[in-house]
Design a protein around this ligand. Structure first.
Ligand code: FES
Length: 107
């Protein structure tokens, strides 16, 4: 079972049996708005998520993410929602710089 909890967005949860779909797509299918400036093509980092728990429950780091890590645009505790899939339970946060203006986040 996939369970995605967004800690700084009212603890919103996505529960799914689908571990083959990107996290970005699962969030959007659940009606949760998440920044994705390049449309989920791995060409920006605006879909970045900070992983608080469950890093081991994510798909392998993609070549795109490795490149961003080498460029220091992605930290070790961060993943791109469009490039990763959840394989179990994870707890994530929206990065401050990519919070959407129309949503209310907690600290
Ligand atoms: S939406 Fe641009 S890299 Fe994920």
């Amino acid at each position: 079972m996939v369970k995605i909890t967004i800690e700084n967005l009212a603890e919103k949860e996505v529960i799914s049996q689908d571990s083959r779909t990107s996290i970005l797509k699962l969030l959007h299918e659940s009606g949760i708005d998440w920044m994705h400036a390049c449309g989920g093509k791995g060409r920006c980092t605006t879909c970045k998520m900070i992983v608080l728990k469950g890093m081991e429950n994510l798909s392998s780091v993609s070549p795109v993410e490795i490149r961003y890590r080498e460029q220091r645009q992605l930290a070790d505790n961060e993943r791109l929602a469009c490039q990763s899939r959840a394989l179990g339970e994870i707890v994530i946060r929206v990065a401050d710089e990519y919070k959407l203006p129309h949503l209310h986040y907690s600290d």
